[in-house]
Design a protein around this ligand. Structure first.
Ligand SMILES: [Zn+2]
Length: 477
């Protein structure tokens, strides 16, 4: 009898719910056009958010209600953006303001690719203490380098953000320490020997951590990728494996590095880049190149091209008045330094070698796509005049306008792909019920013009809605 009564109550509750037909959330966005890389474009969608999650998506807003209702008519929704290559601790003055600059620009997640571990961990904790107002932070910790290490703090612009290791045991111990400290991935750097590199990858994989980095100068792409390097930043040193005699060149560099142990790492690396980069570009062999692309495809080795950075000598951020206006959102001291440095850059001529290198980089974006090699959008901010937040939009713009990428594919590199990289594709990266509500509402269609990702109307982070005034406030110091 008691059981029957309970069933009846339950039935009545369902009927009551259906008759008034109201589904209530905290936030309701009515009649918006949603765009994501997996579901494509869908008109007239109503999105209900409760807490930090999208609870349901409907073709009509009938019967839906919420305490905060946003009219999405004529507007566009995309998933929150990622900048997959930032350095939070590179410039101390900028450090404190970076989270605000990201959120104000719709960057709801970031991947830090190298910094001092104590400060990184602290910043990550800060971000996690107020998730609705700060981006999700993934960190790599210091660059793990060989000898002589590149970033050793020996000069301004060469901060001490690396750890040199000299034996496989030392490499393993250090990776284990980083894992214990809470890194989300590790970064392998250019002076590592194959033996040290292998030790880094093996230990990282034990802790379920991906290894990103630059192809070490004493290795080929094939060696690094086959050993399990998960991703390559700036497509760095890929060209050196695209020549017919790549192994012989590697052997040369091994000799040079061993004879240059007394040199400063930064200078040595510059010398090696100068000696091998441009000559490789000039000697690229189609067969060797297609072998590299095949290896990257076979191992699904991610690429974070930082294309806008690589095309600096063509995009000329230092002469671009509109771009320099973004410096207004930086601390006064940083702004002054950047403007001074910009004035100096105007004088620097662009060599034919650099032009060839930039053309190679642009062509590579198409090659990566044609060969189904996964790409993520990253910027390297705040290095080289790349204002945090703003620079991610410039990267997307470069993909489309300089390298011919489709706007939806460009959006994918900053939404779904980074989620996939961090095995978070069930949580982030598309507009689907059940996912975390990291969303952007745009005034204009980004598929018509990729620059429309900058037309931000609202930013939703972990379900919290930041309106235009709040975003403007975040930009100001
Ligand atoms: Zn970087």
């Amino acid at each position: 009898m008691k059981h029957l009564l309970m069933c009846l109550c339950y039935l009545m509750a369902i009927l009551l719910f259906q008759s008034c037909g109201q589904e209530k959330g905290d936030v309701l966005i009515q009649n918006i056009t949603t765009i994501d890389a997996i579901n494509g474009i869908k008109a007239n969608q109503s999105i209900l958010i409760k807490g930090n999650r999208i609870v349901s998506i409907h073709d009509s807003s009938n019967g839906l209600t919420a305490s905060n209702i946003i009219n999405g008519s004529g507007k566009y929704m995309i998933p929150g953006l990622w900048d997959a290559h930032v350095h939070l601790t590179f410039e101390e003055e900028v450090e404190e303001h970076m989270f605000d600059l990201f959120i104000a620009n719709g960057i709801t997640s970031i991947r830090d690719t190298g910094g001092q571990i104590d400060r990184m961990v602290k910043l990550k904790e800060q971000a996690e203490s107020k998730v609705t107002h700060r981006p999700r932070v993934k960190i790599a910790g210091p660059l793990i380098d060989g000898s002589p290490r590149v970033y050793d703090g020996s000069a301004p612009g060469v901060p001490d953000i690396s750890k040199g290791v000299s034996t496989p045991e030392e490499a393993k111990t250090y990776v284990a320490e980083l894992a214990a400290a809470g890194v989300d991935l590790v970064k392998a750097y250019e002076m590592l020997t194959p033996e040290l590199f292998e030790a880094v990858v093996k230990e990282a994989n034990k802790h379920n951590l991906k290894v990103t980095g630059h192809i070490p100068l004493q290795m080929t792409v094939h060696q690094a990728s086959d050993l399990g390097m998960a991703s390559v930043e700036h497509m760095r040193n890929l060209e050196m494996s695209m020549v017919p005699n790549a192994e012989a060149k590697v052997a040369e560099r091994v000799k040079i590095v061993s004879m240059s142990q007394d040199s400063l790492g930064y200078g040595l690396r510059s010398r090696l880049h100068n000696n091998y980069r441009f000559s490789s570009i000039a000697e690229i062999d189609p067969q060797a190149k297609s072998k590299v692309l095949h290896t990257l495809n076979k191992n699904q080795t991610w690429q974070i091209p930082t294309l806008a950075l690589m095309l600096s000598s063509e995009l000329l951020p230092w002469s671009d008045e509109e771009w320099k206006q973004t410096f207004d959102y930086l601390p006064a001291k940083t702004k002054a330094t950047w403007l001074r440095d910009c004035a100096q850059m105007v004088e620097v001529p662009v060599s034919d070698n650099q032009k060839s290198y930039m053309n190679w980089a642009k062509g590579m974006i198409q090659d990566l796509q044609d060969n189904d090699i996964p790409i993520m959008a990253g910027t390297d901010c705040p290095i080289f005049f790349l204002t945090p937040g703003f620079s991610l939009h410039r990267e997307l713009q470069s993909f489309v306008e300089e390298a011919g990428m489709h706007p939806l594919a460009a959006l994918k590199t900053a939404t779904y792909n980074p989620a996939l990289y961090f095995n978070m594709e069930d949580e982030l990266g598309t507009i689907d019920a059940g996912k975390i509500a990291d969303l952007l509402i745009l005034d204009k269609n980004p598929l018509e013009n990729i620059r429309n990702t900058k037309a931000i109307h609202r930013v939703i982070k972990d379900g919290y809605v930041h309106d235009g005034n709040a975003l403007e406030g975040m930009l100001r110091l």
